[in-house]
Ligand binder design. Sequence first.
Ligand SMILES: Cc1ncc(COP(=O)(O)O)c(C=O)c1O
Length: 440
Amino acid sequence: MEGSPRNDLDAWWMPFTANRAFKRAPRLISEADGLYYRDAGGKKILDGIAGLWCCNAGHNRAPIVAAIRAQAGRLDYAPPFQFGHEPAFALAARLAALAPAGLDHVFFCNSGSEAIDTALKIALAYRHARGEAGRTQLIGRERGYHGVGFGGISVGGLPNNRKTFGHGLSGIDHLPHTYDRAHQAFSVGEPEWGAHRADDLERIVALHDASTIAAVIVEPMAGSTGDLPPPVGYLKRLREICERHGLLLIFDEVITGFGRLGTAFAAERYGVTPDMICFAKGVTSGAVPLGGVIVAEPIHAALMQGPERAIELFHGYTYSGHPLACAAGLAALDLYRDEGLFERARSLEPVFAEALMSLRDAPNVLDIRTCGLAAGIDLAPHPDGPGARGFAVMERAFHDHDLVVRISGDTLALSPPLIVGADDIAGLVERLGKAIRAAT
Ligand SMILES: Cc1ncc(COP(=O)(O)O)c(C=O)c1O
């Protein structure tokens, strides 16, 4: 028999968290509404990162809550293997319509990490279907984050996410990242310097030969590594090189999708159409887990082979296209459209950039980058070691200045819900400045 239920903090091993420090001084959240959380005492805390880059329409939006409730009362679950339901077909059609022309088919999963695994597997299955089974190599990028599955950490380029977990997938190479502070510090939007870093793909192709490479995967703007927008022209150059050598190009738009950069997808902002787009997070405004891959017609067509009764792709999840997630997704897409939230992000971009750049003379600030409604701030490390200053800012922001910020080492990340206004942005930057000054 189970003992009496406990509600101390010991049992939950928290993800990507300094568990011991958290449990000494917990940052507990009880409720949310719009731009704000509340703690158990009712204190309002500004959400500076839209949940975790996911609650793009803000928290607890009534239409999304109502859609989830209604769906739960109508159809809680139906198997996605060999059976289907209306909300998944409806959402897939809406997403295909939102994506660049030619990306017409949507494979659902439950998270960004699963979306990456799914895209990489589709790339390999596509090669196999075309009689190119030798094209198995996958090319990622340094400082890329593609979730935490073995596929994602292998193509990803964040040392801490890889180095304690063995060898990962074989047959992986990495492009160099695009960041260079000497050339790019304090850039608003896409930095002018750095497009040539795409040319390294030619070196990688020469090294391995195109006949061994299945696909290249990048985040259009690297998010988790501290908001590294692509240099002007970089993505176009990458696309051209992929085309020259017949490599598939996959955009991981788990963060950049659904308005973060002022467009439905970053592909639209940059005028570059990849062969697949991975999405998650903002598709439901974070209300129910959902992810997926939007796939170009020729890839889908190549895999629709064999007898009609045969399964074409041996891949899927019990909760692929879960009815509650799809209902939340449909409601979130309605909100984005009806409230013009992508356009709103685009029009607030200069206001956001100017407000953030007002912190350039704050103590220990080495660089600030903004793009769309996302920003990264690099701080000089504290003598106590890497990450100490970033952690202190996060703690001070939450406990003393009623603000949630995200940290990656000594880099702070900001990505407020797209419903922010100019005054909210000013308030966010004021709180952040206080927290940065408190952590000197
Ligand atoms: C670009 C990118 N890809 C993939 C993921 C993984 O998503 P999830 O945490 O839903 O597995 C993330 C999460 O932050 C991400 O930022």
